[in-house]
Design a protein around this ligand. Structure first.
Ligand SMILES: Cc1cc2nc3c(=O)[nH]c(=O)nc-3n(C[C@H](O)[C@H](O)[C@H](O)COP(=O)(O)OP(=O)(O)OC[C@H]3O[C@@H](n4cnc5c(N)ncnc54)[C@H](O)[C@@H]3O)c2cc1C
Length: 460
């Protein structure tokens, strides 16, 4: 082996954890290799958070423009999305971030970038094309991809996943979305606002079934109000094609339950990119869902190999992947002990209005048997929401009746994705809810009503 191909650190995958870790090691003088087979920045930058939220921003402008008269503003003429321009805007933002990341890695001293598919040859050796790289420490950050389950008839259909829909520069006449969870719902509202007819098909009895029922029901009302068709309890989904149209059979028997659309998006979960890594040659163990098994500090069963980000099954978000980088860097470089179990679950659903979530759901607290108190406030009773003409949704918070610590919260309403974080910070501080209650907040904001909600706590 060429001596130049011996590294202190090899990072596989330039997603949300790998690049920062590679640069951190390189900056302390370690010889680092980072290998990326496709696009720098991985899912989030290229086919996930950044492009989807950029498209959502365009869709929101169309929506606000259509509502202009409600605010006394006159806009003459139809409001239409120019999808070619919408896509160019999205591509510009994505390309700048992805190429900026690639340049950052290439310009970092001690860091060598390899382009190609990486595979283990043995526990210390990685093959990239014809090259063999040896690493003392190896970090896997290979992420996940859209799951395409074997649905009957799928082979007949040209369908989109979250990746391929990013290339669309037209308005589908009728977009059918299979999957009524986070990704499916964001695309549903976005395309409805661009001008498509949209139908969401979900197997469960409610949308986003991991959320509390009141959250699911309110989200359903919000989407119905925008004219989105929602079909729940889809018992048996089968696909067919007729004259270039997509037919989705909802119970495989009764043709009255068929839906005909122009295009189909599959938004039914994600699978880890761990099948083609040669993990068996390194002796690295996976679980039954193909996630790489790791401990609380993200070390695999092989002592010199770690797995970060979505491929370890400990989080499915950009912020959890980045936090994995922080945990590994703290433990291996900065001499601070950080663990995955210190993390509080938090995320947003970027609908309009958004849902911000932190900690446990009401249902989880109820089933845990913890003595708890609940506060809830509709957005109709929040002046800022009234001023902005966005009174859909509510916020709720659950606190431990004995310790007074916050167990969980949901803010489904204007600004919910930002507001939740003021609650999250108090949860990290392990402070009692009375800290928020006694703080003076800015008027008129949504956050100023959190103390009022806390004054009205009732036993769960
Ligand atoms: C439509 C959509 C919207 C989303 N929105 C949000 C959001 O708003 N907020 C949020 O927090 N999360 C969001 N997510 C989730 C988020 O994008 C992912 O959780 C995050 O990108 C995971 O990061 P990662 O570092 O684990 O992997 P990734 O970002 O997927 O990166 C993995 C990288 O590894 C590379 N790779 C894989 N195998 C190999 C190999 N063998 N050799 C070399 N390279 C390899 C891949 O090409 C990829 O670049 C969204 C996801 C989708 C699909």
């Amino acid at each position: 082996m060429n001596r130049d191909n011996q590294f202190d650190v090899i990072v596989i995958g330039a997603g949300q954890a790998g690049p920062s870790l590679a640069v951190k090691f390189a900056n302390i003088g370690k010889k680092v290799a980072i290998i990326e087979r496709k696009l720098f920045g991985g899912t989030c930058v290229n086919t996930g958070c950044i492009p989807s939220k950029t498209l959502i921003a365009s869709a929101e402008v169309a929506h606000i423009a259509r509502r202009a008269q409600d605010f006394g503003i006159l806009i003459n003429g139809d409001i239409k999305a120019d999808m070619k321009k919408v896509k160019v805007r999205k591509d510009d933002i994505v390309n700048k971030i992805s190429s900026g990341l690639e340049s950052w890695l290439k310009d970092t001293k001690n860091c060598t970038v390899f382009k190609g598919h990486a595979q283990f040859e043995d526990p210390y050796t990685i093959r990239v094309g014809d090259e063999l790289l040896k690493g003392e420490k190896i970090f896997i950050n290979v992420g996940a991809r859209a799951s395409v389950p074997p649905i009957e008839g799928l082979k007949k259909i040209n369908y989109f996943t979250n990746s391929t829909i990013m290339d669309v520069d037209f308005i589908p006449e009728h977009l059918i979305i299979i999957g009524g969870s986070y990704i499916g719902l964001e695309f549903a509202q976005m395309y409805r606002r661009f001008g498509s007819n949209v139908t969401i098909i979900e197997k469960a009895s409610r949308l986003i079934p991991r959320e509390d029922a009141d959250v699911s029901d309110t989200v359903k009302e919000i989407l119905l109000a925008e004219g989105i068709d929602i079909r729940l309890n889809a018992e048996c989904i089968e696909l067919d094609k007729h004259d270039e149209k997509v037919i989705v059979k909802l119970d495989c028997k009764d043709s009255a339950k068929n839906i005909t659309g122009s295009h189909l998006l599959l938004a039914i979960g994600r699978v880890a990119n761990t099948q083609d890594l040669g993990l068996d040659k390194a002796g690295v163990e996976k679980d039954e869902r193909d996630f790489i098994k790791v401990d609380d500090q993200l070390q695999t069963n092989v002592a010199h190999i770690w797995a970060l980000g979505e491929c370890n099954g400990k989080g499915a978000f950009t912020h959890t992947s980045y936090n994995d980088y922080e945990i590994v860097a703290a433990n291996l470089i900065d001499n601070h002990s950080r663990r995955v179990s210190d993390r509080i679950l938090t995320y947003a659903l970027f609908l309009d209005p958004p849902l911000g979530r932190a900690g446990l759901t009401e249902a989880q607290v109820r089933s845990s048997g913890t003595k708890a108190l609940l506060g809830k406030r509709p957005m109709t009773k929040v002046k800022r929401a009234v001023i902005k003409g966005e009174t859909q949704g509510f916020m709720k918070i659950i606190v431990d009746a004995e310790t007074k610590q916050i167990l969980g919260a949901a803010v489904l309403g204007v600004g919910g994705d930002e507001i939740i974080q003021s609650i999250l910070d108090v949860m990290y501080a392990k402070a009692p809810y009375t800290v928020i209650q006694n703080a003076v907040h800015i008027h008129p904001t949504v956050t100023e009503l959190i103390p009022t909600m806390l004054e009205e706590l009732k036993p769960l």
